[in-house]
Design a protein around this ligand. Structure first.
Ligand code: MN
Length: 725
């Protein structure tokens, strides 16, 4: 009964259009569930995803409605639907290989890799890919046998315009819904998969095109004089390395440990009579540890990624987002992994979240990282992850099977995640001997638990380093990336850290931006340094300890151990901290200024104070200005430091890290310098962890996940196609 009106409708031009729209949307939703791993969690996100393809498909296929001649209109709609399907299909194929979406930049570079991709595409096909063409086959057949008829009626302009308007309304509605579920999604993207999840492939592609157009405009306006000004500025502000420390830890392995959301106040703090971070407390006071007690984070909107950028590239983050996501795919970097390559270093990152987060999979290649071990490389049992990825104890424990295969000396970075807001933990991972606070603020109570957990994870990792001999041959850098608790929580926190909630002010807020910074090295004699410093200063400090001259490089930090260094830092929001002052915002004496030692606000400035403060303000704003100029205009592409080999990001393939390491070890034979080769066997047996997830699953420490092993075939396919070039 119902069939007749539907059939009648389908035999109109708008019926045919609706049929294409529905089949495309269904196809899209099926593909998302079958192929993409978008982390869609709550029902609301599912609904947004289901509706995300409708607006853009309506707009695109609806263009065909404008053609007056019916047969042409039908053909145009089919072609537009097909084009949209091709875009979806190429993204699926690309995603199967790279766990990422196609950007305009990748498409532009496709010529360089297309020959290689051509053959392996066949290997990447799945039976379910019939979805992509089945609708076209059925619709064409129905047209041929006459079950679907071409409507010869003319439609005019009014109705197609109405369809386009409805489409634009749907797109706007989708963007609004996306914004409610994920505020600042498009302004501050940290992961391409989030944009796809909320807005669909079409909107993502247009968004990405606009973004690359915009950054192309800025970089086109770059000039030689910009670069000259920056070089002059940096030459003028450079300080000579300390002769006492330069080269003190030459040729050591470097292990950077990124403590997520970890604040300085956690060190030496007791809660219910028990230290929150007993291991770090002991390490900070150890015989071979340089500890810094006034080390400030300097991140902006890019948070974790800003910290990473400062530490590895020696430039500040950008003022209006994350450098990693905004510029990281296209900019030229002269970062630690590539700098150290000249001294024979191999580099790697261990991180328990997806590789696309903060655009890391692109940025790390541009930074010259040999290997990036992302979520694919870890266990994925139901209780292995929480919050932002693999639990920290598992990250360290499971990393050994990869770490031991790296050729030495290596430069590696561990990015922990468990101590990330909202600081959730499974009950089974709680330490029964540590009882956290009982404040009204759950975030605070949770924070001490996850910080304590991270501290335990570090203890286990250090025990392995000692047993394997790595502790003697490595320089270990530990730092907190930024605050975990925020300004709104400090009133509640104040009594716990022996401060008063009543007198809490901006001075205290600034002092809470201190994070731990520890350097452990067997040649260092342990003590605490109290000079003011920040994340921007880590790279030159580290390179000088390794005996690497930083003069050829355009880095904005100053070696913390350099005797002539003026001790001040600038935050991304313009706030300055010097030995004497805390200057809020970038307003100099017109803003609020405190004395750093006692927190008293300066109300009447002496002439000397006026001069000091205005000089600091000038220096701080110049630092940010020149760093922004360098990054926003991508000026490093015109600058090749002496002794530096520019990075070719195309040489890295993070899907076959393990296979590459093993192949290299076999090729090098007795010349292999990996821990595995030195020991003549795996050292994973030396690792001891009390993580409940590892009970009865000790094989996780030795065995490579199936997803990594299966990549062997992908690698073989790749190497055969490469030979055919
Ligand atoms: Mn972070």
């Amino acid at each position: 009964m119902n069939k007749y009106p539907l059939h009648h409708f389908l035999n109109t031009r708008f019926g045919f259009f609706s049929l294409l729209l529905v089949t495309f949307s269904v196809k899209y939703v099926l593909v998302v569930y079958l192929d993409f791993n978008l982390g869609i969690s709550d029902p609301w996100q599912h609904i947004i995803m289901w509706t995300s393809p409708i607006g853009t498909a309506m707009l695109l296929i609806g263009l065909g409605l404008y053609l007056p001649k019916p047969i042409l209109s039908y053909i145009a709609m089919l072609i537009l639907d097909f084009v949209n399907t091709v875009l979806l299909f190429t993204n699926v194929i690309y995603y199967r290989q790279f766990s990422d979406f196609l950007t305009i930049k990748t498409m532009a570079n496709v010529g360089k890799v297309s020959q290689g991709l051509g053959k392996s595409t066949v290997a990447l096909l799945k039976p379910t890919d019939i979805i992509f063409v089945i609708d076209f086959i059925i619709i064409t057949l129905l047209l041929i046998i006459g079950k679907l008829k071409i409507d010869e009626a003319t439609v005019g302009l009014a109705r197609p315009t109405a369809v386009s308007s409805l489409a634009i309304f749907s797109i706007a509605l989708n963007l609004t819904l996306a914004e409610t579920s994920r505020p600042r999604l498009l302004r501050n993207t940290f992961d391409r998969s989030y944009v796809v999840k909320y807005t669909g492939i079409d909107t993502f592609t247009v968004y990405d095109a606009l973004k690359s157009l915009q950054s192309g405009q800025v970089t086109k306006n770059a000039s030689d004089s910009d670069l000259t000004n920056i070089i002059n500025y940096l030459n003028h502000n450079r300080v000579a390395a300390s002769p006492k420390y330069f080269g003190k830890e030459r040729n050591k392995n470097v292990i950077i440990i990124h403590l997520e959301s970890f604040q300085q106040f956690l060190l030496n703090l007791k809660v219910n009579g028990k230290p929150v971070t007993p291991f770090l407390n002991q390490l900070a006071q150890g015989n071979h540890t340089l500890a810094f007690s006034n080390f400030y984070h300097q991140v902006g909107l890019g948070r974790t990624s800003d910290a990473e950028n400062m530490l590895e590239s020696g430039t500040y983050g950008i003022p209006d987002g994350s450098l990693f996501t905004s510029l990281g795919s296209s900019n030229t970097f002269q970062a630690a992994p590539a700098i150290l390559r000249a001294s024979g270093y191999t580099s790697a990152v261990f991180h328990g979240n997806v590789g696309t987060f903060w655009n890391r999979n692109d940025v790390y290649k541009n930074m010259g990282y040999n290997y990036f071990f992302d979520q694919n490389y870890w266990s994925n049992g139901r209780h292995d992850s929480i919050g932002y990825g693999l639990k920290d104890k598992l990250l360290f424990a499971e990393s050994i099977k990869y770490l031991e295969q790296l050729q030495q000396p290596f430069y590696v970075k561990y990015i922990t995640v468990t101590n990330h807001i909202p600081f959730d933990m499974d009950n089974s991972d709680l330490d029964p001997n540590f009882k956290t606070t009982d404040t009204s603020d759950k975030t605070i109570n949770n924070y001490f638990q996850t910080a304590h957990y991270l501290d335990q994870a570090l203890r286990e990792f250090f025990a392995y380093l000692a047993k394997s001999g790595l502790l003697k041959t490595s320089l270990i850098v530990i730092y907190g990336d930024h605050y975990g608790l925020s300004n709104s929580e400090y009133q509640t926190l104040a009594p716990i850290i022996n401060e008063s909630a009543d007198t809490w002010n901006n001075y205290n807020n600034v002092q809470m931006q201190r994070v731990p910074f520890l350097i452990y090295g067997s040649q260092l004699s342990g003590h605490t340094e109290s000079q003011v410093g920040g994340e921007i200063d880590v790279l030159p400090t580290l390179l000088h300890l390794l005996g690497v001259d930083t003069k050829p490089y355009l880095q904005f930090g100053r070696d913390l151990l350099a005797p002539q260094r003026e001790h001040w830092v600038v935050f991304r929001n313009g706030t300055i901290v010097s030995q004497k002052y805390i200057i809020i915002g970038n307003k100099g004496i017109k803003g609020t200024v405190y004395k750093r030692d006692d927190g008293r606000q300066i109300l009447n400035f002496t002439p000397a104070e006026r001069r000091d403060i205005s000089q600091l303000a000038q220096k701080a704003s110049a630092a940010l200005k020149y760093s922004d100029l360098l990054n926003n205009k991508n000026l490093l592409r015109y600058y090749v430091p002496t002794g530096f080999t520019p990075v070719n990001p195309m040489q890295f393939d993070y899907l076959t890290n393990y296979q590459q390491m093993i192949a290299l070890r076999q090729k090098l034979g007795s010349a292999s310098t990996s821990i595995y080769s030195e020991h003549g066997a795996s050292t994973t047996g030396l690792y001891q962890s009390d993580a409940p997830e590892l009970v009865n699953r000790k094989d996780l420490l030795q065995n490579i996940p199936a997803a990594v092993r299966e990549n062997e075939s992908a690698k073989k396919a790749k190497s055969t196609t490469q030979q055919s070039h």
